[in-house]
Ligand binder design. Structure first.
Ligand code: BGC
Length: 688
């Protein structure tokens, strides 16, 4: 009898299992139909802050597994300066340095190395790149982000996404959107006009989504015009999916928020890191008729569409052995490519065997990266002294040149401050003055995570190099640039103002912290960074796009042609100096008057030459479309490109225009948007 019962039970289990579809890329609907409501709700909620599996790691997140449907667990690990797991990984330069290279192929190569490391450690989604706009120099997380300019941010993010995803793992563009300060980031309401929102703060995401199809988008912590971005349907479904055609996964930033149901309805597919309370919220809402099962199915389908692409699903376990040696070399090369020479009276490059003194004024050691989730994983950091010694630059008592390093950390959850951070400390200032009085020449190395004040002291030293936080082995790249092994070719991706209070956002940063419902008004509207300084003609310490070289370049007469809807701009750059070097050409455009009010010039394209030998030339070709010239008209809810004469300015920085050409657009063009994302209240914006 017992035997018979056992056979019956086994048969029943077999029938049940046979009825259970096992997930394949082409049967997602069938699996969804078989899953219970409870299971689907759990699929929408991450598995907690664990990083389980063979390569247990630093906490980030995961998606849950459902063995009976063959749905594996997938891991989510942080970036952007490398894969942040508890295993040997490369500590790459910060995002701001990558953007300073203006070199999209290099960024793709770096991100491809990160993709390889992610793959090696069973990561399904890398939580990077971060591409929030540097609205204000004091945002604590600017180091993770690229630039004050949306085009540069978008192009860098696209290159990054393509690199990561070339290894069959996903990139996550974050934080969508307007997460431009860390203070009060989980409650803050950002109040912003729709034009500034779309042209400045969403544009980079639009470019990345359209050009690189990231697997995922992470909504930010903050609110946007009265709603949490993670619960805002106009943003996550209207703009992101319906307008831009995004077909991937949307997730929350890390933390439980009231409003799970609103997030599900808005098209936010995955709650991360995931709490059981969120599952309960979803189930209760269905029970009381407040949430449609169709919303759950739609989001669950997107989670499964992501899962079927992952190596975990495809049965491709990571090797655990990425090419760390190769990546360390790449990281140093990338770091050198993004370093910016701010000043040089001729002392750099240092002559071989030069006797130098190294003074680290920060007393904190070499700053390799920022802190928080964007920090690099564990591992020793090479000191500047070690790197300089290895490059044959001896540290000596009787030196006549001093390399003075000024360090600044920054990180998540905290904005920077003016005293002793944006500004030099009293101690740093007096040590710098002493060094300049003691040594024949002083070279300042700005080993920093964000913009600092330079106007009051930049006349003192003979040279200033800005290597940002260049990664774990980045000190070698500093040595390469100081010694002349590498000719610097980085350019500033943001403005260095004379005074912090010159910045148009400084009147509204970080926010009114005393308020119970904190908010910040983006009064400067579209006039962020150089758009403001160049339009009002305000002097800056170092302009956007600025950076020196050990050689010099000549720009030819440019050509701009409009052919079948594409504007093609060509210019030939010649190395007129005596050492090989690379040049970044920035294409700014001034629009005809008569259309919408615009900044005097805006970056619309850029290109970087290969390494040109002395006397060598290269023709750079940059392409853009009339849509790239459009501004958003709030009155008509359309992107509009006015007809008329456009000036194309080829610059070595926003202030150093080397050549110009003009082209005429005969007809105005406009593109109606599908969804508005208008502010609830009228936003006070400054008029220039
Ligand atoms: C950060 C995200 C990060 C996540 C997971 C959050 O606090 O804002 O950028 O990906 O933590 O670590």
């Amino acid at each position: 009898m017992k035997k018979i019962l056992l056979i019956v039970a086994a048969c029943a289990a077999f029938v049940l299992a046979a009825a259970q579809p096992v997930l394949r890329p082409d049967n997602i609907d069938e699996v969804l139909a078989a899953m219970t409501l409870e299971e689907k709700a759990a699929l929408l909620v991450g598995g907690g802050k664990e990083f389980p599996g063979r390569y247990k790691g630093l906490p980030a997140g995961s998606t849950r597994s459902f063995e009976r449907y063959g749905i594996p667990l997938t891991n989510l690990a942080d970036g952007p300066a490398g894969v942040r797991v508890n295993h040997p990984c490369t500590g790459f330069p910060i995002g701001t340095l990558l953007a300073s290279s203006w070199d999209t192929s290099l960024v793709e190569e770096v991100a491809s190395a990160m993709g390889e490391e992610a793959r090696a450690y069973d990561v399904g989604l890398l939580l990077a790149p971060g591409l929030n706009i540097h609205r204000n120099p004091l945002c604590g997380r600017n180091f993770e982000y690229f630039s004050e300019d949306p085009l540069l941010s978008g192009k860098m993010a696209s290159a990054y996404v393509k690199g990561v995803q070339s290894h069959g793992v996903g990139a996550t563009v974050k934080h969508f959107a307007v997460n431009n300060q860390e203070s009060l980031r989980t409650t803050l309401d950002v109040r912003i006009g729709e034009r500034a929102l779309r042209e400045i703060y969403l544009k980079g995401f639009e470019i990345a989504v359209r050009e690189a199809s990231p697997w995922a988008v992470m909504a930010s912590y903050n609110q946007l015009n009265g709603d949490y971005t993670q619960q805002k349907k106009e943003l996550l479904t209207g703009i992101l999916r319906e307008e831009w055609g995004f077909d991937g996964l949307v997730m929350t930033d890390w933390g439980f928020k009231a409003g799970t149901v609103k997030a599900v309805q808005a098209g936010n597919d995955l709650m991360e890191p995931g709490y059981d309370g969120e599952i309960r919220n979803i189930l209760e809402a269905v029970k009381y008729g407040k949430l449609d099962v169709a919303d759950i199915d739609r989001n669950a389908r997107r989670v499964l569409e992501y899962i079927v692409k992952t190596p975990a699903f495809l049965g491709q376990p990571g090797s655990g052995a990425p090419d760390l040696e190769g990546h360390a070399k790449l990281s140093i090369r990338a770091a050198a490519d993004g370093m910016i020479l701010l000043k040089n009276d001729g002392i750099l490059p240092l002559r071989a065997g030069a006797k130098i003194a190294v003074l680290d004024l920060s007393e904190k050691g070499f700053v390799a990266g920022g802190t928080g989730s964007g920090s690099i994983g564990k591992g020793g950091v090479t000191s500047l002294e070690t790197a300089l010694k290895k490059a044959g630059l001896e540290n000596a008592e009787q030196a006549d040149v001093a390399v003075v390093s000024i360090g600044r950390q920054a990180g998540e959850a905290k904005d920077r401050v003016l005293p002793d951070d944006f500004c030099l400390t009293e101690k740093e200032r007096s040590l710098l003055e002493q060094a300049c009085a003691t040594y024949r020449k002083v070279v300042v190395v700005l080993n920093i995570c964000g913009v600092v004040e330079t106007a009051s002291w930049k006349d003192l030293p003979a040279a200033i190099l800005l290597p940002w936080a260049p990664g774990r082995d980045g000190a070698y790249a500093v040595a390469d640039v100081l010694s002349g092994k590498v000719n610097p070719s980085g350019k500033l991706p943001m403005t260095f103002p004379v005074d912090y209070w010159d910045d148009p956002s400084s009147a509204n940063f970080p926010s009114d912290s005393a308020s119970i419902k904190p908010f910040v008004n983006y009064e400067e509207g579209i006039y962020v960074g150089y758009r403001y300084y160049s339009t009002v003609g305000k002097a800056v310490s170092y302009p956007f796009g600025y950076g020196l070289s050990y050689t010099s370049f000549d720009y030819s007469k440019p050509k701009v042609k409009l052919r079948s809807g594409v504007i093609e701009a060509r210019i030939t750059v010649k190395n007129t100096g005596s050492v090989p070097g690379r040049e970044v050409v920035q294409l700014y455009v001034s629009a005809p008057s008569g259309g919408l009010e615009k900044p005097v010039r805006e970056l619309k394209a850029f290109a970087k030459t290969r390494l040109l030998a002395p006397g060598e030339k290269e023709t750079l070709v940059m392409r853009l479309t009339p849509y790239d010239l459009a501004s958003y008209n709030e009155a008509t809810s359309a992107w509009e490109t006015a007809a008329g004469k456009y000036e194309f300015l080829f610059g070595a920085s926003v202030e150093d225009i080397r050549a110009t050409a003009a082209a005429r657009l005969k007809k105005p063009q406009s593109w109606q948007v599908k969804r508005r994302c208008a502010p609830v209240a009228v936003i006070k914006e400054i008029k220039l």
